[in-house]
Write a protein that binds this ligand. Structure first.
Ligand code: FAD
Length: 466
Protein backbone atom coordinates (compact mmCIF):
# COMPACT_ATOMS: atom_id res chain seq x y z
CA UNK A 1 0.00 0.00 0.00
CA UNK A 2 1.34 3.45 -1.03
CA UNK A 3 1.69 5.75 1.98
CA UNK A 4 1.53 9.57 1.98
CA UNK A 5 1.28 12.45 4.39
CA UNK A 6 -1.83 13.68 2.62
CA UNK A 7 -4.18 12.32 -0.04
CA UNK A 8 -6.45 14.77 -1.84
CA UNK A 9 -9.55 13.55 -3.69
CA UNK A 10 -10.50 15.91 -6.54
CA UNK A 11 -8.17 18.01 -8.72
CA UNK A 12 -10.19 21.24 -9.00
CA UNK A 13 -8.87 24.62 -7.82
CA UNK A 14 -9.43 23.47 -4.23
CA UNK A 15 -7.68 20.11 -4.55
CA UNK A 16 -4.80 20.85 -6.92
CA UNK A 17 -3.89 24.09 -5.15
CA UNK A 18 -3.96 22.28 -1.77
CA UNK A 19 -1.67 19.65 -3.31
CA UNK A 20 0.87 22.22 -4.49
CA UNK A 21 0.94 24.04 -1.16
CA UNK A 22 1.21 20.79 0.81
CA UNK A 23 4.10 19.65 -1.40
CA UNK A 24 5.82 23.06 -1.10
CA UNK A 25 5.70 22.60 2.67
CA UNK A 26 7.39 19.21 2.44
CA UNK A 27 4.36 16.93 2.75
CA UNK A 28 4.38 13.75 0.69
CA UNK A 29 1.22 14.35 -1.34
CA UNK A 30 -1.11 12.31 -3.57
CA UNK A 31 -3.89 13.71 -5.75
CA UNK A 32 -6.73 11.50 -7.00
CA UNK A 33 -8.86 12.60 -9.96
CA UNK A 34 -11.60 10.65 -11.72
CA UNK A 35 -11.75 12.78 -14.89
CA UNK A 36 -9.17 12.49 -17.69
CA UNK A 37 -8.00 16.08 -17.28
CA UNK A 38 -6.97 17.93 -14.13
CA UNK A 39 -8.34 21.35 -13.06
CA UNK A 40 -11.89 20.40 -12.05
CA UNK A 41 -15.04 22.27 -12.97
CA UNK A 42 -13.20 25.58 -13.03
CA UNK A 43 -10.68 24.82 -15.75
CA UNK A 44 -12.68 22.26 -17.76
CA UNK A 45 -16.32 23.37 -17.76
CA UNK A 46 -16.53 26.49 -15.60
CA UNK A 47 -14.58 29.69 -15.06
CA UNK A 48 -12.11 29.35 -17.93
CA UNK A 49 -14.19 28.15 -20.91
CA UNK A 50 -16.97 30.58 -19.96
CA UNK A 51 -14.54 33.51 -19.88
CA UNK A 52 -13.02 32.46 -23.20
CA UNK A 53 -16.47 32.52 -24.82
CA UNK A 54 -17.40 35.76 -23.05
CA UNK A 55 -14.32 37.42 -24.52
CA UNK A 56 -14.91 36.10 -28.05
CA UNK A 57 -18.62 36.90 -28.05
CA UNK A 58 -17.91 40.37 -26.67
CA UNK A 59 -15.57 41.09 -29.59
CA UNK A 60 -18.18 39.82 -32.04
CA UNK A 61 -20.86 41.98 -30.43
CA UNK A 62 -18.59 45.05 -30.36
CA UNK A 63 -17.75 44.58 -34.03
CA UNK A 64 -21.46 44.95 -34.76
CA UNK A 65 -22.49 47.48 -32.17
CA UNK A 66 -19.49 49.37 -30.86
CA UNK A 67 -16.82 49.76 -33.54
CA UNK A 68 -18.62 52.36 -35.65
CA UNK A 69 -18.53 54.97 -32.90
CA UNK A 70 -14.70 54.62 -32.99
CA UNK A 71 -14.72 55.29 -36.72
CA UNK A 72 -14.07 51.67 -37.61
CA UNK A 73 -16.37 50.17 -40.18
CA UNK A 74 -15.75 46.44 -40.45
CA UNK A 75 -16.58 45.38 -44.00
CA UNK A 76 -18.27 42.17 -43.04
CA UNK A 77 -18.09 40.33 -39.78
CA UNK A 78 -19.02 36.68 -39.76
CA UNK A 79 -19.31 34.29 -36.89
CA UNK A 80 -17.18 31.15 -37.11
CA UNK A 81 -18.51 29.22 -34.12
CA UNK A 82 -16.31 26.12 -34.59
CA UNK A 83 -13.20 28.34 -34.48
CA UNK A 84 -14.52 30.18 -31.42
CA UNK A 85 -15.12 26.84 -29.69
CA UNK A 86 -11.72 25.51 -30.77
CA UNK A 87 -10.03 28.59 -29.27
CA UNK A 88 -11.89 27.97 -26.00
CA UNK A 89 -10.89 24.31 -26.00
CA UNK A 90 -7.29 25.25 -26.72
CA UNK A 91 -7.19 27.54 -23.70
CA UNK A 92 -8.72 24.82 -21.52
CA UNK A 93 -6.17 22.27 -22.74
CA UNK A 94 -3.19 24.54 -22.14
CA UNK A 95 -4.32 25.27 -18.61
CA UNK A 96 -5.30 21.72 -17.65
CA UNK A 97 -2.03 20.38 -19.10
CA UNK A 98 -0.34 23.09 -17.08
CA UNK A 99 -1.80 21.65 -13.88
CA UNK A 100 -0.24 18.30 -14.78
CA UNK A 101 3.12 20.00 -15.24
CA UNK A 102 2.74 21.73 -11.87
CA UNK A 103 2.04 18.37 -10.21
CA UNK A 104 5.25 16.92 -11.66
CA UNK A 105 7.25 20.00 -10.72
CA UNK A 106 6.04 19.80 -7.14
CA UNK A 107 6.40 15.99 -6.99
CA UNK A 108 2.72 15.43 -6.29
CA UNK A 109 1.82 11.84 -7.20
CA UNK A 110 -1.33 11.85 -9.38
CA UNK A 111 -3.66 8.83 -9.38
CA UNK A 112 -6.26 8.56 -12.15
CA UNK A 113 -9.55 7.07 -10.95
CA UNK A 114 -12.37 7.54 -8.52
CA UNK A 115 -11.21 8.10 -4.96
CA UNK A 116 -13.26 6.27 -2.34
CA UNK A 117 -12.80 7.04 1.34
CA UNK A 118 -12.46 3.80 3.28
CA UNK A 119 -12.13 5.28 6.74
CA UNK A 120 -9.56 7.28 8.66
CA UNK A 121 -6.52 7.74 6.40
CA UNK A 122 -7.61 5.12 3.87
CA UNK A 123 -8.52 5.76 0.23
CA UNK A 124 -9.09 3.30 -2.60
CA UNK A 125 -8.61 4.49 -6.17
CA UNK A 126 -10.96 2.73 -8.59
CA UNK A 127 -9.96 3.12 -12.23
CA UNK A 128 -12.29 2.97 -15.26
CA UNK A 129 -11.68 -0.78 -15.69
CA UNK A 130 -12.59 -1.47 -12.06
CA UNK A 131 -8.95 -1.90 -11.01
CA UNK A 132 -8.34 -0.90 -7.40
CA UNK A 133 -5.35 0.59 -5.61
CA UNK A 134 -5.26 1.15 -1.87
CA UNK A 135 -3.60 4.30 -0.50
CA UNK A 136 -2.93 5.39 3.05
CA UNK A 137 -2.19 8.81 4.55
CA UNK A 138 -2.09 10.71 7.82
CA UNK A 139 -4.70 13.12 6.42
CA UNK A 140 -7.27 13.01 3.63
CA UNK A 141 -8.68 16.13 1.97
CA UNK A 142 -12.02 15.83 0.21
CA UNK A 143 -12.25 18.28 -2.71
CA UNK A 144 -14.79 16.70 -5.05
CA UNK A 145 -16.50 19.98 -5.89
CA UNK A 146 -20.05 20.31 -7.15
CA UNK A 147 -22.43 19.40 -9.96
CA UNK A 148 -25.36 21.32 -11.49
CA UNK A 149 -28.76 21.13 -9.78
CA UNK A 150 -31.50 19.56 -11.90
CA UNK A 151 -35.16 20.60 -11.78
CA UNK A 152 -37.50 17.61 -11.30
CA UNK A 153 -39.78 18.58 -14.20
CA UNK A 154 -36.96 19.85 -16.41
CA UNK A 155 -34.39 17.08 -16.40
CA UNK A 156 -31.14 17.51 -18.29
CA UNK A 157 -31.17 15.66 -21.61
CA UNK A 158 -27.89 17.11 -22.88
CA UNK A 159 -29.61 18.54 -25.94
CA UNK A 160 -32.76 20.62 -25.45
CA UNK A 161 -32.53 20.95 -21.67
CA UNK A 162 -28.96 21.50 -20.65
CA UNK A 163 -26.59 22.52 -17.86
CA UNK A 164 -23.79 25.05 -18.25
CA UNK A 165 -21.50 22.25 -19.46
CA UNK A 166 -23.47 21.77 -22.69
CA UNK A 167 -24.25 25.50 -23.01
CA UNK A 168 -20.47 26.02 -23.25
CA UNK A 169 -20.37 23.83 -26.34
CA UNK A 170 -23.52 24.39 -28.40
CA UNK A 171 -22.75 23.53 -32.02
CA UNK A 172 -24.96 26.31 -33.32
CA UNK A 173 -26.40 29.54 -31.97
CA UNK A 174 -29.84 28.81 -30.49
CA UNK A 175 -32.72 30.81 -31.95
CA UNK A 176 -34.30 31.25 -28.56
CA UNK A 177 -32.49 30.24 -25.39
CA UNK A 178 -34.40 30.30 -22.11
CA UNK A 179 -32.12 30.55 -19.10
CA UNK A 180 -33.66 29.41 -15.85
CA UNK A 181 -31.86 31.22 -13.02
CA UNK A 182 -30.31 34.70 -13.10
CA UNK A 183 -27.21 33.94 -11.02
CA UNK A 184 -23.67 34.45 -12.31
CA UNK A 185 -23.65 31.38 -14.57
CA UNK A 186 -27.07 32.12 -16.11
CA UNK A 187 -26.22 35.76 -16.79
CA UNK A 188 -22.81 34.93 -18.25
CA UNK A 189 -24.00 32.12 -20.52
CA UNK A 190 -27.08 34.16 -21.46
CA UNK A 191 -24.76 37.04 -22.41
CA UNK A 192 -22.57 34.81 -24.58
CA UNK A 193 -25.47 33.51 -26.67
CA UNK A 194 -27.30 36.85 -26.74
CA UNK A 195 -24.17 38.50 -28.17
CA UNK A 196 -23.86 35.75 -30.78
CA UNK A 197 -27.40 36.38 -31.98
CA UNK A 198 -29.77 34.22 -29.92
CA UNK A 199 -32.91 35.63 -28.38
CA UNK A 200 -32.35 35.09 -24.65
CA UNK A 201 -35.07 35.05 -22.01
CA UNK A 202 -34.00 34.74 -18.38
CA UNK A 203 -36.54 33.41 -15.89
CA UNK A 204 -35.73 34.07 -12.22
CA UNK A 205 -37.75 33.17 -9.14
CA UNK A 206 -36.45 36.12 -7.14
CA UNK A 207 -37.34 39.73 -7.94
CA UNK A 208 -33.82 40.58 -9.16
CA UNK A 209 -30.84 39.36 -11.12
CA UNK A 210 -27.59 38.36 -9.39
CA UNK A 211 -29.53 37.94 -6.14
CA UNK A 212 -26.37 37.89 -3.98
CA UNK A 213 -25.44 41.44 -5.03
CA UNK A 214 -26.32 44.82 -3.59
CA UNK A 215 -29.90 45.61 -4.71
CA UNK A 216 -29.04 48.81 -6.52
CA UNK A 217 -26.28 47.06 -8.46
CA UNK A 218 -28.62 44.22 -9.49
CA UNK A 219 -31.06 46.78 -10.89
CA UNK A 220 -28.28 48.60 -12.71
CA UNK A 221 -26.97 45.37 -14.23
CA UNK A 222 -30.44 44.23 -15.27
CA UNK A 223 -31.05 47.57 -16.99
CA UNK A 224 -27.86 47.38 -19.05
CA UNK A 225 -28.37 43.72 -20.00
CA UNK A 226 -31.92 44.56 -21.10
CA UNK A 227 -30.51 47.32 -23.29
CA UNK A 228 -28.34 44.63 -24.93
CA UNK A 229 -31.50 42.70 -25.82
CA UNK A 230 -31.80 40.18 -22.99
CA UNK A 231 -35.37 39.65 -21.78
CA UNK A 232 -36.09 39.10 -18.10
CA UNK A 233 -38.99 37.43 -16.34
CA UNK A 234 -38.28 38.14 -12.69
CA UNK A 235 -40.46 36.96 -9.80
CA UNK A 236 -41.37 34.15 -12.13
CA UNK A 237 -40.98 30.40 -12.26
CA UNK A 238 -41.14 27.66 -14.84
CA UNK A 239 -44.09 25.49 -13.80
CA UNK A 240 -44.29 23.06 -16.70
CA UNK A 241 -42.16 21.94 -19.62
CA UNK A 242 -42.87 19.86 -22.65
CA UNK A 243 -39.75 18.73 -24.50
CA UNK A 244 -40.52 18.28 -28.19
CA UNK A 245 -38.24 17.03 -30.97
CA UNK A 246 -37.54 20.55 -32.21
CA UNK A 247 -37.81 22.62 -29.06
CA UNK A 248 -39.29 23.06 -25.61
CA UNK A 249 -42.68 24.48 -24.65
CA UNK A 250 -42.48 26.12 -21.24
CA UNK A 251 -45.13 27.53 -18.95
CA UNK A 252 -43.82 30.43 -16.89
CA UNK A 253 -45.85 31.78 -14.00
CA UNK A 254 -45.32 35.33 -12.77
CA UNK A 255 -45.71 36.65 -9.21
CA UNK A 256 -49.40 37.36 -9.79
CA UNK A 257 -50.06 33.74 -10.73
CA UNK A 258 -50.48 34.54 -14.45
CA UNK A 259 -49.18 31.94 -16.91
CA UNK A 260 -47.16 32.70 -20.01
CA UNK A 261 -46.33 30.15 -22.69
CA UNK A 262 -42.76 30.42 -23.96
CA UNK A 263 -41.50 28.36 -26.88
CA UNK A 264 -37.76 28.00 -27.30
CA UNK A 265 -35.27 25.67 -28.89
CA UNK A 266 -32.98 25.29 -25.86
CA UNK A 267 -33.27 25.66 -22.10
CA UNK A 268 -30.27 26.24 -19.85
CA UNK A 269 -31.09 25.29 -16.27
CA UNK A 270 -28.71 27.27 -14.06
CA UNK A 271 -30.49 27.24 -10.72
CA UNK A 272 -27.39 26.43 -8.70
CA UNK A 273 -24.95 23.66 -8.01
CA UNK A 274 -24.92 20.99 -5.31
CA UNK A 275 -21.94 19.46 -3.54
CA UNK A 276 -20.65 16.31 -5.20
CA UNK A 277 -21.02 14.00 -2.20
CA UNK A 278 -22.10 10.86 -4.03
CA UNK A 279 -18.85 9.73 -5.64
CA UNK A 280 -16.45 9.00 -2.81
CA UNK A 281 -18.14 6.62 -0.36
CA UNK A 282 -18.79 9.35 2.17
CA UNK A 283 -21.92 7.82 3.65
CA UNK A 284 -20.25 4.45 4.26
CA UNK A 285 -17.25 6.20 5.82
CA UNK A 286 -19.54 8.18 8.16
CA UNK A 287 -18.84 11.70 6.87
CA UNK A 288 -21.66 13.90 8.21
CA UNK A 289 -23.51 16.32 5.95
CA UNK A 290 -25.41 19.45 7.01
CA UNK A 291 -29.11 20.09 6.35
CA UNK A 292 -28.33 21.47 2.87
CA UNK A 293 -26.21 18.48 1.86
CA UNK A 294 -22.80 20.15 2.27
CA UNK A 295 -20.07 18.32 4.18
CA UNK A 296 -20.11 19.54 7.76
CA UNK A 297 -16.75 21.01 8.77
CA UNK A 298 -15.39 22.94 11.73
CA UNK A 299 -13.34 26.14 11.42
CA UNK A 300 -10.27 24.04 10.56
CA UNK A 301 -12.11 22.17 7.73
CA UNK A 302 -12.25 18.94 9.81
CA UNK A 303 -15.15 16.62 8.99
CA UNK A 304 -16.86 14.24 11.41
CA UNK A 305 -14.25 11.54 10.55
CA UNK A 306 -10.89 12.07 12.27
CA UNK A 307 -8.11 13.37 10.00
CA UNK A 308 -10.49 13.75 7.07
CA UNK A 309 -11.01 17.33 5.88
CA UNK A 310 -13.14 19.01 3.21
CA UNK A 311 -12.80 22.21 1.18
CA UNK A 312 -14.26 24.14 -1.76
CA UNK A 313 -17.72 23.63 -3.23
CA UNK A 314 -18.23 20.63 -0.94
CA UNK A 315 -18.58 22.87 2.13
CA UNK A 316 -20.46 26.01 3.19
CA UNK A 317 -19.72 29.40 1.69
CA UNK A 318 -19.77 30.83 -1.82
CA UNK A 319 -19.12 28.33 -4.62
CA UNK A 320 -16.12 30.11 -6.11
CA UNK A 321 -12.82 28.85 -7.45
CA UNK A 322 -10.70 31.33 -5.48
CA UNK A 323 -12.55 30.49 -2.26
CA UNK A 324 -11.77 26.79 -2.86
CA UNK A 325 -8.10 27.61 -3.52
CA UNK A 326 -7.79 29.80 -0.42
CA UNK A 327 -9.24 26.99 1.67
CA UNK A 328 -6.84 24.51 0.04
CA UNK A 329 -3.85 26.69 0.91
CA UNK A 330 -5.05 27.36 4.47
CA UNK A 331 -5.67 23.68 5.14
CA UNK A 332 -2.34 22.55 3.66
CA UNK A 333 -0.57 25.10 5.87
CA UNK A 334 -2.45 23.91 8.95
CA UNK A 335 -1.57 20.28 8.19
CA UNK A 336 2.09 21.34 7.89
CA UNK A 337 1.92 22.94 11.33
CA UNK A 338 1.49 26.54 10.16
CA UNK A 339 -1.33 28.96 10.95
CA UNK A 340 -3.60 28.64 7.87
CA UNK A 341 -6.47 31.10 7.63
CA UNK A 342 -9.19 32.25 5.23
CA UNK A 343 -10.78 35.68 5.61
CA UNK A 344 -14.34 35.04 4.44
CA UNK A 345 -15.22 38.75 4.79
CA UNK A 346 -13.00 39.67 1.86
CA UNK A 347 -13.80 37.09 -0.80
CA UNK A 348 -14.63 38.99 -3.99
CA UNK A 349 -17.50 37.89 -6.19
CA UNK A 350 -17.69 38.70 -9.89
CA UNK A 351 -20.21 38.32 -12.70
CA UNK A 352 -18.40 38.63 -16.04
CA UNK A 353 -21.18 40.26 -18.03
CA UNK A 354 -20.66 43.58 -19.81
CA UNK A 355 -20.57 45.68 -17.74
CA UNK A 356 -19.08 43.40 -15.12
CA UNK A 357 -20.40 43.22 -11.59
CA UNK A 358 -17.83 42.84 -8.83
CA UNK A 359 -18.28 43.12 -5.10
CA UNK A 360 -16.65 42.47 -1.79
CA UNK A 361 -18.02 42.73 1.74
CA UNK A 362 -21.47 43.78 2.87
CA UNK A 363 -24.33 45.11 0.76
CA UNK A 364 -26.54 47.99 1.93
CA UNK A 365 -29.27 45.42 2.66
CA UNK A 366 -26.90 43.35 4.83
CA UNK A 367 -25.75 46.45 6.75
CA UNK A 368 -29.40 47.24 7.51
CA UNK A 369 -30.16 43.64 8.55
CA UNK A 370 -27.16 43.69 10.89
CA UNK A 371 -28.13 47.10 12.31
CA UNK A 372 -24.77 48.61 11.33
CA UNK A 373 -24.67 52.40 11.00
CA UNK A 374 -23.26 53.09 7.53
CA UNK A 375 -22.63 55.79 4.99
CA UNK A 376 -22.41 55.40 1.24
CA UNK A 377 -20.26 57.04 -1.43
CA UNK A 378 -21.20 56.59 -5.10
CA UNK A 379 -19.64 57.66 -8.34
CA UNK A 380 -20.58 56.94 -11.94
CA UNK A 381 -18.41 55.78 -14.84
CA UNK A 382 -20.16 58.22 -17.17
CA UNK A 383 -18.23 61.03 -15.46
CA UNK A 384 -14.85 59.32 -15.89
CA UNK A 385 -12.48 60.24 -18.72
CA UNK A 386 -11.02 56.75 -19.22
CA UNK A 387 -14.48 55.16 -19.34
CA UNK A 388 -15.47 57.71 -21.99
CA UNK A 389 -12.35 56.89 -24.01
CA UNK A 390 -13.22 53.21 -23.85
CA UNK A 391 -16.80 53.98 -24.77
CA UNK A 392 -17.89 51.99 -21.70
CA UNK A 393 -19.68 54.40 -19.42
CA UNK A 394 -22.43 52.21 -17.94
CA UNK A 395 -22.26 51.62 -14.22
CA UNK A 396 -21.04 52.96 -10.93
CA UNK A 397 -18.94 52.27 -7.84
CA UNK A 398 -20.53 52.22 -4.41
CA UNK A 399 -18.33 52.28 -1.30
CA UNK A 400 -20.05 51.49 2.00
CA UNK A 401 -18.27 52.57 5.17
CA UNK A 402 -19.11 52.35 8.89
CA UNK A 403 -20.79 55.63 9.85
CA UNK A 404 -18.71 56.01 13.03
CA UNK A 405 -15.33 54.42 12.31
CA UNK A 406 -15.25 55.01 8.52
CA UNK A 407 -13.98 51.41 8.09
CA UNK A 408 -14.92 50.04 4.66
CA UNK A 409 -17.69 47.46 5.03
CA UNK A 410 -18.25 46.70 1.37
CA UNK A 411 -17.69 47.86 -2.18
CA UNK A 412 -19.83 47.19 -5.22
CA UNK A 413 -18.92 47.89 -8.81
CA UNK A 414 -20.94 47.60 -11.99
CA UNK A 415 -18.72 48.77 -14.80
CA UNK A 416 -15.90 48.07 -17.23
CA UNK A 417 -13.05 45.91 -15.86
CA UNK A 418 -14.84 45.67 -12.49
CA UNK A 419 -13.30 42.19 -12.03
CA UNK A 420 -9.82 43.72 -12.00
CA UNK A 421 -10.69 46.90 -10.11
CA UNK A 422 -12.32 45.21 -7.12
CA UNK A 423 -8.96 44.02 -5.77
CA UNK A 424 -7.97 47.50 -4.65
CA UNK A 425 -10.86 47.22 -2.22
CA UNK A 426 -10.13 43.61 -1.31
CA UNK A 427 -6.62 44.62 -0.23
CA UNK A 428 -7.99 47.71 1.54
CA UNK A 429 -10.48 45.60 3.47
CA UNK A 430 -7.79 43.00 4.32
CA UNK A 431 -5.89 45.85 5.98
CA UNK A 432 -9.09 47.16 7.65
CA UNK A 433 -8.79 50.41 5.71
CA UNK A 434 -11.18 53.32 6.05
CA UNK A 435 -12.88 55.11 3.14
CA UNK A 436 -10.55 58.00 3.91
CA UNK A 437 -7.52 55.72 3.33
CA UNK A 438 -8.71 55.20 -0.25
CA UNK A 439 -9.68 58.85 -0.59
CA UNK A 440 -6.15 59.89 0.42
CA UNK A 441 -4.47 57.43 -1.96
CA UNK A 442 -3.22 58.90 -5.22
CA UNK A 443 -4.87 57.23 -8.24
CA UNK A 444 -3.32 57.48 -11.71
CA UNK A 445 -5.11 59.62 -14.27
CA UNK A 446 -6.86 58.77 -16.51
CA UNK A 447 -7.94 55.40 -15.12
CA UNK A 448 -11.15 53.61 -14.31
CA UNK A 449 -9.84 53.32 -10.75
CA UNK A 450 -10.43 57.04 -10.34
CA UNK A 451 -14.11 56.11 -10.04
CA UNK A 452 -13.22 54.17 -6.89
CA UNK A 453 -11.26 57.16 -5.64
CA UNK A 454 -14.19 59.51 -6.23
CA UNK A 455 -16.66 57.06 -4.62
CA UNK A 456 -14.42 56.89 -1.54
CA UNK A 457 -14.29 60.71 -1.46
CA UNK A 458 -18.07 60.75 -1.87
CA UNK A 459 -18.45 58.78 1.38
CA UNK A 460 -17.71 62.12 3.08
CA UNK A 461 -19.47 64.13 0.36
CA UNK A 462 -16.27 65.48 -1.11
CA UNK A 463 -16.05 63.90 -4.57
CA UNK A 464 -14.05 66.31 -6.70
CA UNK A 465 -15.78 65.79 -10.04
CA UNK A 466 -19.26 64.92 -8.77
C1 FAD B 1 -20.05 27.72 -16.03
C2 FAD B 1 -19.34 28.02 -14.74
C3 FAD B 1 -18.65 29.20 -14.60
C4 FAD B 1 -17.98 29.49 -13.43
N1 FAD B 1 -17.30 30.66 -13.34
C5 FAD B 1 -16.65 30.95 -12.21
C6 FAD B 1 -15.88 32.12 -12.11
O1 FAD B 1 -15.81 32.92 -13.05
N2 FAD B 1 -15.21 32.36 -10.96
C7 FAD B 1 -15.27 31.50 -9.90
O2 FAD B 1 -14.65 31.77 -8.88
N3 FAD B 1 -16.00 30.37 -9.96
C8 FAD B 1 -16.67 30.06 -11.08
N4 FAD B 1 -17.36 28.89 -11.16
C9 FAD B 1 -17.39 28.02 -9.97
C10 FAD B 1 -16.09 27.22 -9.84
O3 FAD B 1 -15.88 26.48 -11.02
C11 FAD B 1 -16.17 26.30 -8.64
O4 FAD B 1 -16.50 27.05 -7.49
C12 FAD B 1 -14.83 25.62 -8.40
O5 FAD B 1 -14.45 24.86 -9.52
C13 FAD B 1 -14.90 24.73 -7.17
O6 FAD B 1 -13.65 24.14 -6.99
P1 FAD B 1 -13.49 22.75 -6.24
O7 FAD B 1 -12.04 22.43 -6.25
O8 FAD B 1 -14.21 22.77 -4.94
O9 FAD B 1 -14.29 21.67 -7.13
P2 FAD B 1 -14.28 21.33 -8.68
O10 FAD B 1 -13.64 22.35 -9.49
O11 FAD B 1 -15.69 20.95 -9.00
O12 FAD B 1 -13.35 20.04 -8.77
C14 FAD B 1 -13.72 18.83 -8.20
C15 FAD B 1 -12.95 17.73 -8.89
O13 FAD B 1 -13.18 16.52 -8.15
C16 FAD B 1 -13.33 15.45 -9.07
N5 FAD B 1 -14.01 14.35 -8.38
C17 FAD B 1 -15.30 14.30 -7.94
N6 FAD B 1 -15.51 13.14 -7.30
C18 FAD B 1 -14.33 12.46 -7.33
C19 FAD B 1 -13.90 11.21 -6.81
N7 FAD B 1 -14.69 10.43 -6.07
N8 FAD B 1 -12.62 10.82 -7.05
C20 FAD B 1 -11.78 11.62 -7.78
N9 FAD B 1 -12.12 12.79 -8.26
C21 FAD B 1 -13.39 13.22 -8.03
C22 FAD B 1 -14.11 16.07 -10.21
O14 FAD B 1 -13.98 15.31 -11.40
C23 FAD B 1 -13.44 17.44 -10.30
O15 FAD B 1 -12.34 17.39 -11.17
C24 FAD B 1 -18.03 28.57 -12.34
C25 FAD B 1 -18.71 27.36 -12.47
C26 FAD B 1 -19.36 27.08 -13.66
C27 FAD B 1 -20.09 25.78 -13.78
Amino acid sequence: MDKFDVIIIGAGPGGYVAAIRAAQLGLDTALVEKDPSLGGTCLNVGCIPSKALLESSELFYASRHGFEAHGIEPASVKLNLPTMMARKEGIVKELTDGVGILMKKNKVKVFRGRGVLKGEGLVTVVDDDGGKQALEAKSVILAMGSVPVELPFLKFDGDRVVSSTEALAFKEVPQHLVVVGAGAIGLEMGSVWNRLGAKVTVVELLPRVAPFADGQMSTLLERTLKAQGMVFRLNAKVTAANVLPDGVALTVQNGKGENEAIACDRVLVSVGRRPCTGTAGLQEAGVALDEKGFIKVDDGFATSVPNVYAIGDLIRGPMLAHKASEEGVALAETLAGKPGHVDYETIPNVVYTNPELACVGLTEEQCKEQGLPFKVGKYYFKANGRAKSLGETDGMVKVIAHAETDRILGTHIVGPRASEMIHELVVAMEFHASAEDIARTCHAHPTLSEVIHEAALAVDKRAIHG
